[in-house]
Design a binder for this molecule. Sequence first.
Ligand SMILES: [Zn+2]
Length: 113
Amino acid sequence: MDEETLHRLQAEIAEEQERLRSLQELFQGASLPDVADEAAHLEAVRFAGALAARSARRLKALQALAERREEEVRLCEDCGDPIPLSRLLAAPDCVCCRACQALRDGESVKEED
Ligand SMILES: [Zn+2]
């Protein structure tokens, strides 16, 4: 991983930390606007909680990437090729490369037919 990529990764981490913090505030109900309907309020809090959990997972994956740097390359579960760093940055918890992900998505769409 070169310096530029590492900087990009660190910027992504800072951004995700900021997102997580604001989601946690929402989750605690601190910055939720007054909602007349209690159910709608609870729904908004639950939604913020789900987003915060996803954000925390992404943050963890990004930090793992930054710590690991180039020592370890993640291999695609399907074809065994190294997953490009650009894809790991976009989807840090992905387990397969873009091409295989497209195949997986295609297959899942077919299953729904
Ligand atoms: Zn693959």
